[in-house]
Design a protein around this ligand. Structure first.
Ligand SMILES: *Cc1c(COP(=O)(O)O)cnc(C)c1O
Length: 324
């Protein structure tokens, strides 16, 4: 792992590359009481061409700076963070991602915590930035084989039959008494404080046979995100236009995903213009509601829905939306 210490008087110390191991913290450390923590999630891949690469790490480094600012952690130069990440993968990458295993990846977790001792509720005077690499369990098999294991299905006559389950994930809509993020909050930042409070909803979804939570917001049930990934819907409007719809970033309740941004750029470049007979897909970043999805589904205009984020392995999965 790589560790770098910061102190408000002396600034950032020289980074250290050292074996993965425990950190030493006082029980009064700010992070343990006030959630003064932010993190990033990115992957280092062994490509099918044999190459080793990171995916747009500059975006993760810039986002980490913005997350740190929201939780009163110190600023840093994002290009310096990227150099540290590249150093770590240059040491560990080849060893954990051997040449003969294309498609495998290491999950990288740059993290910053306020590790200074003292119970005062105040802006941290000390911080520790560290970068670790872990072998993350894949959420699914190789693309296309996801969830194809035989499942008991009871048909209308009550006979149990064994049927292959279609690829896809089932989402449980969040309840009206629990929001992931809200205007004026910090949903746009990758702060630990966003995730702990979401775990009971996620556990309930699992217990009821769903894969993830679909986070809704407000009395009108705006669709925001799915678990820790961005959510997209493709529908046809009543006028027959094909649209890719996703929640907007403006009110800062949505995480600005690197995958989200990349999908929007690709669609913008390749599908949003050109002769109509190729099928134009219009990008729509706006608030939209569960009711609109239901309406589109009832009228046969819902084409697909998918979630996108670094942690999900497959490129684009068809997610079934469960509402209660
Ligand atoms: C990390 C995360 C995402 C996905 O971001 P990527 O940069 O695409 O991995 C989306 N939503 C939330 C809440 C997240 O924590």
């Amino acid at each position: 792992m790589i560790t770098v210490s910061w102190n408000f008087k002396t600034g950032w110390a020289a980074p250290e590359l050292r074996p993965y191991g425990p950190l030493t913290l006082m029980p009064t450390a700010s992070v343990l009481h006030y959630a003064t923590e932010c993190f990033e999630g990115m992957k280092f891949y062994r490509g099918y061409d044999g190459g080793l690469r990171l995916f747009r790490p500059d975006r993760n480094c810039r986002r980490m700076l913005s997350s740190a600012a929201r939780i009163a952690l110190p600023a840093f130069d994002p290009t310096e963070l990227q150099k540290l990440i590249q150093k770590l993968v240059s040491v560990d990458g080849g060893r954990w991602l051997p040449k003969g295993r294309p498609g495998e990846f290491l999950y990288l977790r740059p993290t910053m915590i306020a590790n200074g001792a003292g119970l005062g509720v105040q802006k941290p005077k000390e911080a520790l930035l560290y970068i670790i690499a872990v072998c993350f369990p894949a959420f699914d098999g190789p693309s296309g084989t996801q969830r194809m294991d035989p499942t008991q299905v009871v048909n209308g006559n009550g006979d149990a039959t064994v049927q292959a389950k279609k690829p896809g994930l089932k989402l449980l809509a969040s309840r009206e008494d629990m929001f992931r993020a809200w205007p004026g909050g910090f949903g746009y930042a990758k702060l630990g404080a966003n995730y702990g409070p979401s775990l009971i909803a996620q556990a309930e979804a699992k217990a009821r046979g769903f894969d993830q939570i679909l986070w809704l917001f407000g009395p009108q049930c705006d669709v925001t995100e799915a678990g820790a990934s961005n959510f997209f819907v493709v529908w046809r409007t009543r006028e027959g236009k094909m649209q890719l719809v996703t929640a907007p970033l403006q009110d800062k309740t949505i995480l600005d995903g690197v995958t989200r941004g990349s999908i929007l750029e690709l669609v913008e470049q390749r599908l949003s213009r050109g002769p109509a007979d190729l099928g134009i897909l219009e990008i729509v970043e706006r608030k939209y509601t569960m009711g609109e999805i239901e309406e589109a589904a009832e009228e046969g205009r819902l084409v697909e829905a998918f979630a996108a984020g670094t942690a999900v392995r497959s490129n684009s999965l068809l997610w079934t939306v469960g509402l209660y």
